[in-house]
Structures are given as structure tokens and as C-alpha cells.
Design a protein around this ligand. Sequence first.
Ligand code: MN
Length: 289
Amino acid sequence: MKSLAFVQRNDTRFAVGGFAPVLSVFSYHELGSTVSPFLLLDHIGPGRLLPSVRRQGVEDHPHRGFETVTLVYAGELEHRDSASNGGLIGAGDVQWMTAAGGVVHRELFSEAFTRRGGPFEMIQLWVNLPAADKLHAPGYQSLAATGIPVVALPGGAGSVRVIAGIFDGVSGAVRTHTRMNVLDVQLHAGTSAVFPAADGDTALVYLRRGRLRFDTEEVVEANGLAVLSNHGAGIPVTALEASQLLVLSGARIDEPINGHGPFVMNSYAEILQAYDDVKRGRLEPRPEE
Ligand code: MN
């Protein structure tokens, strides 16, 4: 089994696109390749969007070299990008956007949700791409809540939404570039479960709500990130209270990480190139090989 290595906590909240609170749970800027193939996770909300006539959110901005995964738990976003993909992302829906060679997109609250306001909560996860895929054509996988497989845990311990990877023989809803599991989990108070993670793989658990324990006495409180050991297989979790958690595991991408702002590449020269390409309106992917 994997062992709890350390708990990462960041209690600074900020606002993005006129909405608060936003919590930066982890980033490769702090943790480097410890979290590979994952790069960054922001928890937006839970909070309330006040009704407004003016659209709010994050206006047009570029990305290159990785994927953004958006899980909406409450409220509704509208997405538009330069690869002509778009749509509404509502409660329970997931958007898996492969920026790869480059997209420019906007992430706004939907028209209807802006007008009526209400509870809002989402997670945005950044997933790295291998060097060989970083400049490929962008992609977009839109998963409606109803299309995401749900697996009941044994003994009525809770349930697992299989976003990516495999759990208990059930395959996740998206295609990934490298091997990984992204599991959105609910556990009832006082239950235990073991989540999949291979020996040598990265394993992270972000606790949205509740209290957890792993193989040690240390208690993980809500908004904490548990970083597990590379060695051992399987993540043993006990819920001390009813808990909602995101379980992330996967094969490490052992390549240099060089990132700045909305770009994550392998070298600093490639970052400067990305800024130059945006300036010249050339953030376009090379054709697939
Ligand atoms: Mn974005």
C-alpha cells in the first residue's frame, strides 16, 4: 500500500474573474515533478454568484502544452475556444480540454446562471502532456454528468465517478495521453476504501469536504492535499466524516517541466516561443504527424 508522505495546505483564497473564493490547492511551481503527470489544481468555491446583468468569468486567454480538466459541482459555465469547441458545463459535468499546440478560450458563467446567480463550485485540474504531444492539434472532450460511470463501493461505503482511468473494472469516460486515474469520490462517515495506484505512480488525494485518514495517525482536514508515497500499490483511505474527495494517480512523465502563466513546455525557449506566437497570432498547432 502507499503511505501518506505529507499533507499540503494552502489557506490563501483569492478572486478570479470576479468570483471568490479561489483556492490554489497545488501547483508544479511548488511541488515540481512530485505531482507529475498533474500540474496544478484550483478549487473555485463553494460560494455564491450574485445575480448580474454583466457576464463574468475569465475572458479570452491562451494555453499551450497541457490539458485543462474542469469539474463543475454547482452552477454553470460556458466555454468557447479558438478550435470552435464550446458548450455549457453544468453541475456534475466535466470538460477535458487538450490545449496541446494551442487554444485561446474563455471561461464565463453561462448567460442564464449569470442572471439568476446561486451556488457555484468547480475544480480545475491541469494535466501535463508528454513532449511528443505538446504541439499536436487541440482536442475537447465534453462529458455530461449522465455519461460518467458511477461505481458503488463495497459495503455501502460510498460511490466513485470514474472520470478517467479504471476503477473496479469500469473504464472512465475520457481518453488520456498517459496512464492515469481521475476519480471523484464520496465516502460515508466511518467507512474505508482502497483506490487504485500502481507501484511507482504518483498518488494525490484532494479533500473537498470531510475528514480523512490514510495509513498514519495524521488527520487530513477539508481543503488539504494528501501526497502519497511513490512506492507501494493502492491508496488506503478511511473517512472520519462524510467526505468528498478527488483521487488522482498516474504514471510520471519524466521530462523537464518549464512553465510560465498559461504555458507549460519542456524548455524556457519554448515558453518564449509561445509568448511570441500569441503576439503574432500564430498560436496554431502543427498538423498531426
Ligand atoms: Mn483557461
